[in-house]
Write a protein that binds this ligand. Structure first.
Ligand code: NFA
Length: 100
C-alpha cells in the first residue's frame, strides 16, 4: 500500500478582514448642543436628524457611537472632530475603540 503523501502545492488565499473601529462621542458640560451637531454633520456626513440623535444620546447617556470605520479612518476622524472643538475653545471629545 502506498502511504506517502503529496505535499500541498496550493493553499486557500486567506484575506484578513480589517477589524472596524467605533468612533465614540463623549458628553461634556460645556460644548453647545448646536456645535456638536455641526461637527457631526461636517466630519461624519450625518444628516441634521442623525446628528441631533447622536448628540442627545451622548448628552443623556454619557457617550454614543457615531459610526464605524477601518482603524486609520476612525482615528483620523476622531482627531479632526476633537480638534474642531478645541479650535473653538470647547472640551468636546471623540474616542475610538475596536468593535468586538
Ligand atoms: N452636554 C452638552 C450641553 O448640555 C451638549 C453635548 C452633547 C456636549 C454631547 C458633548 C456631547 N451643552
Amino acid at each position: 500500500m502506498n502511504t506517502t503523501t503529496k505535499p500541498r502545492t496550493s493553499t486557500r488565499p486567506r484575506v484578513e478582514r480589517p477589524k472596524l473601529h467605533k468612533v465614540i462621542l463623549l458628553n461634556d458640560d460645556f460644548t453647545p448642543r448646536e456645535f456638536v451637531v455641526a461637527v457631526l454633520k461636517a466630519e461624519f456626513r450625518l444628516t441634521e436628524d442623525q446628528s441631533y440623535r447622536v448628540m442627545i444620546t451622548a448628552h443623556r447617556k454619557g457617550s454614543c457611537v457615531v459610526a464605524v470605520f477601518p482603524r486609520d479612518v476612525a482615528e483620523t476622524k476622531a482627531t479632526r472632530a476633537t480638534d474642531a472643538g478645541k479650535a473653538a475653545g470647547f472640551p468636546l471629545q471623540f474616542t475610538t475603540e475596536p468593535e468586538e
